[in-house]
Design a binder for this molecule. Structure first.
Ligand SMILES: Nc1ncnc2c1ncn2[C@@H]1O[C@H](COP(=O)(O)OP(=O)(O)OP(=O)(O)O)[C@@H](O)[C@H]1O
Ligand SMILES: [Mg+2]
Length: 232
């Protein structure tokens, strides 16, 4: 049995709004084991990004318990959760969040600057990640000089550059053509097999769904289905 990487019990999330709050997640139980290649699907607004943000310690639950990599997330200080993210979690944001003043190389290098690592080692890892996403030729470009899909690929390289224990990928192929999507999915699957890195996707993309070993369906913030499948 693989170790449990994420353990969620009776999780709820209420966003404060003018009218007393919006219930974005409720009654959610979920275990994710080390080495899974799984995804969360569901209609727009069903809570996928909310759930990834909470798993990634970027946001806090309103109720229930969540343990990530053996730590109760809501007991961590800001410094402790930042350290957990820096060392073990890679995040591909739906909105990319690239830093506009840095070029492609520097954006991908950023997570490595938080770790103790020589410049030569950083270069080796950044170049490898840029090769994974096919952007070596754009490494000197700034984010505003890239197409949407290229920006998305930079954010994928940035998330995977340190081969973290856990990659949280929020709609990572939303702006990619089929060829780039399949290339990146093949690369992610290879990293998953070679290193045991766990991948959790949020997606509307059937190309992604085909690769997954497990698909959770969220409807109105509740888990409606939890299906195992073979995956590519
Ligand atoms: N900061 C916020 N304040 C209030 N409501 C919010 C906030 N963030 C998200 N919501 C609401 O919570 C619900 C879940 O949002 P979430 O972004 O998790 O959906 P999603 O499943 O990722 O959707 P999509 O497929 O469009 O990305 C939505 O109805 C959204 O409007
Ligand atoms: Mg979303």
């Amino acid at each position: 049995m693989a170790a449990t990487l994420v353990k969620i019990r009776n999780l709820s999330k209420i966003y404060p709004t003018g009218e007393g709050g919006f219930l974005a997640l409720s009654d959610l139980d979920l275990d994710i084991s080390t080495g899974e290649f799984m995804g969360i699907v569901g209609p727009s607004g069903s809570g996928k990004t909310t759930l990834l943000n909470i798993i990634g310690t970027l946001d806090e639950q309103t109720g229930g318990d969540i343990e990530v990599l053996g730590k109760q997330v809501n007991t961590l200080s800001a410094k402790e959760s930042a350290a957990l993210r820096a060392e073990k979690i890679g995040f591909i944001f739906q909105t990319y969040n690239l830093l506009p003043v840095y070029n492609v190389y520097e954006n991908v290098e950023l997570p490595l600057l938080l770790l103790k690592m020589s410049k030569a080692k950083r270069k080796e890892l950044v170049m490898q990640a840029l090769e994974w996403v096919g952007l070596v030729d754009k490494m000197k470009s700034r984010p505003n000089q890239l197409s949407g899909g290229q920006g998305q690929r930079v954010s994928i390289a940035r998330a995977m550059v340190k081969t973290p224990k856990l990659v949280l990928a929020d709609e990572p192929t939303a702006n990619l053509d089929t060829e780039n999507s399949l290339h990146i999915l093949d690369t992610m699957k290879k990293i998953n097999k070679d290193t045991g890195t766990t991948f959790v996707f949020s997606t509307h993309d059937q190309k992604v769904v085909k690769y997954l070993n497990r698909v959770i369906t969220l409807i109105d913030g509740k888990k409606a289905k939890d299906d195992l499948q073979t995956g590519i």
